[in-house]
Design a binder for this molecule. Structure first.
Ligand SMILES: Nc1ncnc2c1ncn2[C@@H]1O[C@H](COP(=O)(O)OP(=O)(O)OP(=O)(O)O)[C@@H](O)[C@H]1O
Ligand SMILES: [Mg+2]
Length: 401
């Protein structure tokens, strides 16, 4: 789960990484009051989960409250690479004397953590990495040994004052369960203070349960994590529950707990079990069409889950046919068939608009198939083999295209 800059800065603050004072505004008026309260020149920053905000005009300085209101008015609603700025961070302008770069990440290729630090931070770190890789210090991190901030700062040529900040950024990585912690720029002010002017954190979605509840949650305690004291006002669990903003299909699916990935094709796909769904994508491609999504409804394919899944898939305007491929196991085919029928009842008209090809096999397949044929639903077609079902779904999707 990617965090917004303001959320990342709240976590930095919790771990003692210095950040500018500031607050989040969703209206120009709120931006004005935050600037008035800060009583300093400020910077107004679009809160979007994508990079390159500065270059897109999403970061603007403002000398006082009136200018803050005006700048927020221009940034709120702005589209940055397909992400709408619904909020802005209004924070104290901190004039950087130098801008560094610091990041900790999971280095999947080498199966370890990696520190990347440079004295040449700012907006063009990608260019530095591409054109002058020697300016970017990369040091593998031993997961158990952790980071030696002092050694890292020295190797990368950062001032001593950066050492404790690097140590704390590593603590953010470990204690918050992050896959990425990146600060660009990590500023050094004229009076040698180190301040994180930007922050990007990706939390490991598999560890989000550790953030539930006011003190890290019962689940965290049960998992044996040293929970520690957590101050209020930094509700990672709540951020996770709220999920990503926006009404993209993936965000909607995530909020309903579905394992859904949008793809570019026309055949909507529902299956139970990730392996079966993966092979369903393959057979659809083999049959000459492209899958529109990956959707695994898991083992207990209840009517509700099936309805949620079909609803998400049928909301995709690119979908021209749907293939439901289920192998009955502990959840039997008749239970799945009942789920499909109730799902179609819940969906009403929307469930009739496009053909839905169903292949049921495995436990109680015969009973399941009969339930589906007895339903006499106009959108439903049944095929008993996976290849046959894929061929029909592909043909229906490409017909007239
Ligand atoms: N609080 C601040 N005070 C003064 N200058 C700031 C402040 N925050 C950001 N800046 C300046 O604006 C530049 C861009 O800000 P920031 O790094 O947050 O956005 P960005 O790099 O464009 O976005 P992203 O990192 O998402 O690509 C920084 O390099 C810094 O020079
Ligand atoms: Mg930045």
């Amino acid at each position: 789960m990617d965090l917004y800059e303001y959320q990342a800065k709240q976590l930095f603050n919790r771990h003692g990484v210095p950040v500018p004072r500031g607050g989040v505004a969703v209206t120009p008026d709120e931006a004005r009051s935050i600037a008035a309260e800060l009583d300093t020149p400020v910077v107004i920053k679009a809160q979007v989960k994508t990079g390159g905000r500065g270059k897109a005009g999403g970061v603007k300085p403002a000398a006082g409250p009136a200018a803050a209101e005006e700048a927020a008015g221009r940034i709120l609603g702005m589209d940055i690479k397909g992400h709408t700025a619904h909020s802005v961070l209004v924070e104290e302008a901190t004039v950087p004397f130098e801008e560094y770069y610091a990041a900790f990440l999971v280095d999947r290729a080498n199966g370890c953590f990696l520190a990347m630090v440079s004295t040449e931070g700012g907006m063009d770190i990608e260019e530095v990495a591409a054109t002058r890789p020697e300016a970017l210090t990369k040091v593998p991190i031993d997961a158990l040994g952790g980071v030696d901030g002092a050694a890292l700062a020295r190797t990368a040529g950062l001032p001593d004052a950066a050492a404790p900040v690097l140590d704390r950024l590593w603590r953010v990585m470990v204690e918050e369960g992050a896959l990425l912690v990146e600060v660009n720029p990590l500023a050094c002010t004229t009076d040698q203070r180190i301040v994180a002017l930007d922050g990007k954190i990706t939390l490991d979605g598999n560890g989000l349960f550790r953030h539930e509840g006011p003190h890290g949650g019962q689940a965290a305690r049960e998992a044996g994590r040293p929970v520690g004291e957590r101050e209020a006002g930094c509700p990672v669990g709540e951020w996770a529950e709220r999920g990503d903003e926006g009404d993209g299909l993936e965000a909607r699916a995530r909020r309903r707990g579905l394992n859904y990935v949008k793809l570019d094709g026309q055949v909507g796909i529902v299956g139970n079990g990730a392996g079966l769904v993966m092979s369903t994508l393959d057979v659809v491609a083999q049959a000459g069409a492209q899958p529109a999504n990956f959707l695994d409804i898991g083992g207990g394919a209840s009517a509700k889950v099936m309805a949620d899944g079909l609803e998400i898939i049928l909301s995709d305007p690119d979908v021209r046919s749907v293939l439901v491929n289920v192998f009955g196991g502990i959840t039997t085919c008749d239970a799945v068939a009942t789920g499909i029928v109730s799902a179609l009842e819940l969906l009403g008209e929307r469930g009739r608009a496009r053909p839905i090809v169903v292949r049921l096999d495995g436990n109680n397949a015969e009973v399941g198939r009969r339930i589906l044929s007895d339903a006499r639903h106009p959108a439903l077609r049944q095929v008993s083999t996976m290849d046959g079902a894929a061929e029909l779904a592909a043909r229906l999707a490409t017909a007239g295209a």
